[in-house]
Design a protein around this ligand. Structure first.
Ligand code: ADP
Ligand code: 5GP
Length: 205
């Protein structure tokens, strides 16, 4: 059975990175795609671990050669999902998670309607601000800009298949696992199995 392609998007500070890390620790049926980007590595980030860090020229070359499933510009930098790894993992029956922003998410959904779009949000706006401030990685101006962007992004939540509330972390991770497990058993994803059962039953006809 082919794996399920899942996209997790959400406001900056919602807890995407935290939820992904815990999901990978807790369940072994997921592969997390590593994106390519032209932004500079942050302290502690390693090429090939958080991202594949590229020059603009290298990134545009990947676009031209059709090596990306989707790409978008976000705050002045390119971000994109390399195709080869994702397709290989799906073919091997692994569920693949892309943690990407919404323009890219909507591109993938259009090309591959079977993709499951999940939007992660904290329980309320105050908690979003607390988390952004608590993380301590951005200055006040950047935090305000990210909160403004969150207000804009909230218009797009309706385009997602599922809303995932990140209040209690363990519950959130288990809810995400539950969504993906259910998706895997959708009849549309199991054509060949249905055909086999039908064929097997035909001898009683
Ligand atoms: P994102 O990747 O969406 O920008 P992060 O994973 O960096 O968000 O999380 C933002 C901050 O919120 C971090 O300091 C993280 O420790 C905290 N956080 C994440 N999930 C929870 C949670 N369920 N409850 C409380 N704090 C959380
Ligand atoms: P950051 O620079 O904070 O790591 O990421 C900025 C934003 O880019 C986040 O919303 C993240 O989800 C998104 N992002 C990361 N990789 C990709 C990608 O491959 N494609 C798209 N469209 N967005 C991405």
């Amino acid at each position: 059975m082919r794996g399920v392609l899942v996209i997790v998007s959400g406001f900056s500070g919602a807890g995407k990175g935290t939820v992904m890390k815990r999901l990978m620790e807790k369940y072994d049926s997921y592969s997390l795609s590593i994106s390519a980007t032209t932004r500079k590595p942050r302290d502690g980030e390693e090429d090939g671990r958080e991202y594949f860090f590229k020059t603009v020229g290298q990134f545009e070359d990947m676009i031209e050669k059709g090596q990306l499933i989707e790409y978008a510009k976000y705050v002045g930098n390119y971000y994109g999902t390399p195709k080869e790894y994702v397709e290989k993992q799906l073919d091997e029956g692994r569920n693949v998670i892309l943690e990407i922003e919404l323009q890219g998410a909507l591109q993938v959904k259009e090309k591959k309607p079977e993709t499951v779009l999940v939007f992660l949000t904290p329980p309320c706006a105050d908690e979003l601000e607390n988390r952004l401030r608590g993380r301590g990685t951005e200055d006040d101006e950047t935090i305000k800009a990210r909160l403004k962007r969150a207000a804009e992004e909230s218009d797009y939540m309706k385009k997602y298949d599922y809303i995932l509330i990140n209040d209690d972390l363990e519950k959130c991770v288990d809810d995400l696992n539950g969504i993906i497990r259910s998706e895997r058993w959708k009849t549309d994803r199991n054509d060949s199995m249905l055909a086999e059962i039908k064929k097997d039953l035909s001898r009683f006809n």
